[in-house]
Ligand binder design. Structure first.
Ligand code: 5GP
Length: 172
């Protein structure tokens, strides 16, 4: 590991909390079929581990969003790839890696609500509520963290470090 990284959430803590979330979601969707929307690219690792621990009947969709190049301070979000299939009338769960300012999730919720799902809920592995600029509803949260920039388990710097099996932060 790069010497400037410090482990914030260990592999064991991730595994334990993700099983708890999977059980909670299973309970809430008993007898239903769920469409899970994985927000690319960061949430891939979380989505896989979460859903491998679930028993609910699932369909998967993937959506890619990103901030406009060069204007990340504005938080403008754009859609890069949309869903494949209709979610009209379906029970839908958005699986996201992190909610920071809330701008990405706010955009996603607006976009997905316009597709008329029956229900639309949000599951995030990490929440940085202290950084919130736009209020967004969150139904399932893995971990609350302070204002630290994190890497690992899907979190990147320039698309690097996503495959660290733990979540680490960059020491100042
Ligand atoms: P938002 O500010 O719109 O809630 O989050 C925008 C995006 O910023 C997130 O989806 C995520 O890709 C990125 N982001 C926010 N905080 C962190 C962080 O601590 N580490 C990494 N790698 N990405 C982050």
């Amino acid at each position: 590991m790069d010497e400037h990284f410090k482990v914030l959430i260990s592999k064991e803590e991730l595994e334990k909390r993700i099983v708890e979330l999977a059980n909670q979601i299973d309970k809430d969707y008993t007898g239903k079929e769920l469409t899970v929307i994985c927000v690319m690219r960061g949430a891939v690792f979380f989505t896989v581990q979460l859903t491998l621990n679930m028993k609910t009947k699932l369909k998967y969709e993937f959506i890619t969003i990103s901030s406009y190049e060069g204007t990340d301070s504005t938080g403008d979000v754009m859609l890069r790839t949309d869903l494949r299939e209709s979610i009209e009338g379906k029970d839908v769960l958005i699986v996201e890696d992190i909610i920071d300012t809330g701008k990405s999730m706010d955009y996603l919720l607006g976009h997905l609500r316009s597709k008329n799902p029956r229900t639309l809920k949000v599951c995030t592995l990490v929440n940085k509520s202290g950084r919130r600029e736009v209020n967004v509803p969150i139904d399932y949260t893995g971990f609350e963290i302070d204002n630290k920039y994190i890497v690992g388990f899907g979190f990147d710097i320039d698309n690097n470090y996503r495959n660290l099996p733990y979540v680490a932060y960059l020491e100042a």
